[in-house]
Design a protein around this ligand. Structure first.
Ligand SMILES: *Cc1c(COP(=O)(O)O)cnc(C)c1O
Length: 353
């Protein structure tokens, strides 16, 4: 780094994304992408005509996309925000709500929360998950801080119950509670119905996982219209054209083919259950998952070791070095074929040790 950088950023530990190797073709089970392509409707819409129009700026209001999201999720357009990936919404929320109030989130959760907290030099309360990696909602009552909860949580896959989420929202009326529902389409329960009941709830979603569009960078959020107006204000103060033209078109088209995505999510849930069964047979400990990934460990092999051996065999999974979870690996659920290859490779590895 140069000597010119603001000292605060000097010590900032940036987010480290999962590997996206360009050298050879892996079975990629490391970054929770969908194994399925976007719907044919999406592929048809992002055509050469759409590319020609790239000479023009995108609609800064993302009007049609917001209208279609509002229709699809039965809310008003004023309750919808869209962004360049849901990470951008999280960024904006930290900027808007955490700097004065501070923030609270759990010790084992999406790694970006900590980065944003450091980026904005926010006072941070880290709340440990219970021994079994569940959240005790009582730890979040009357905190008087902004709260961020991934539900289902990552990388555990474990969900919090809706009535527990409601207790948290209700008991922190002076603070925004962010519920990050990146994985809700794989069997979780959404808090969406609560946005009209509470003015301090922000629900964050993404097209990256269940809608097969990680590379398009499209996130969306639901909340009371004042909260959405806050996020708009920050958007217009940083990047008014945050959602590009092709992504707006793809995002709208995606909503025209919900059945396709529901089927994909169903397939992934089925593959998840069969993979869990196989891994348990092989002696793995598997946390209960409502997401498109599972969090697993084996008594005979260290987390990092398994990760490296699978990588050697052309299969990528995600290992985290954080002390409390270093025995575990997070495995994204792919196609049935990919999961067969995974199980086969793991059997070989276990036989070799
Ligand atoms: C993947 C993920 C995100 C980020 O998604 P993008 O929309 O691709 O930025 C946010 N939160 C959680 C919990 C995630 O796993």
């Amino acid at each position: 780094m140069s000597k010119f950088i603001t000292p605060l950023y000097n010590s900032l530990k940036e987010y480290v994304p999962g590997e996206q190797p360009q050298d050879k073709k892996y079975i990629k089970l490391n970054t929770n992408e969908s194994p399925f392509p976007p719907s044919p409707v999406v592929i048809e819409c992002v055509n050469s005509e759409a590319v020609k129009n790239l000479k023009l700026y995108s609609d800064p209001e993302s009007k049609v996309l917001k209208e279609e999201l509002a229709k699809a999720y039965d809310v008003l357009k004023e309750n919808v925000f869209v962004s360049n990936g849901s990470d951008e919404i999280l960024n904006f929320a930290f900027m808007a709500y955490a700097r004065e109030q501070g923030v609270a989130f759990s010790d084992i959760t999406y790694g970006f929360y900590k980065v944003f907290a450091e980026l904005y030099n926010v006072q941070t309360k880290i709340i440990p998950l219970k021994e079994d990696f569940t959240i005790d909602y009582k730890d979040y009552i009357n905190l008087n801080k902004m709260i961020v909860i991934a539900n289902p949580n990552a990388p555990t896959g474990i969900s919090l119950k809706l009535n527990e989420i409601e207790e948290i929202i209700k008991s922190n009326p002076q603070n925004v509670v962010v519920i990050d529902e990146a994985y809700v389409d794989f069997g979780g329960t959404s808090a969406l119905n609560l946005i009209n009941k509470y003015d301090n709830l922000l629900i964050v979603r993404t097209y990256s996982k269940s809608r097969s569009m990680a590379g398009a960078r499209l996130g969306y959020a639901f909340g009371n219209k004042e909260i959405i107006a806050d996020l708009e204000k920050i958007k217009y103060s940083t990047n008014p054209y945050n959602v590009n033209r092709l992504t707006q078109i793809a995002g709208i088209a995606s909503l025209m083919d919900n059945e396709y995505y529901e089927n994909n999510c169903n397939d992934i849930m089925i593959n998840r259950e069969s993979t869990v069964k196989e891994l348990k047979k092989l002696g793995f400990f598997v946390l209960p998952s409502d997401a498109n990934f599972i969090f697993v460990k084996h008594p005979d092999i260290q987390g990092e070791d398994l990760y490296l051996k699978l990588k050697d065999k052309g299969i990528l999974i995600r290992h985290f070095t954080q002390e409390r979870i270093k025995d575990f690996n997070r495995i994204t659920i792919g196609t049935l074929e990919e999961m067969h290859s995974l199980i086969l490779a793991i059997k070989e590895i276990l036989e070799e040790i």
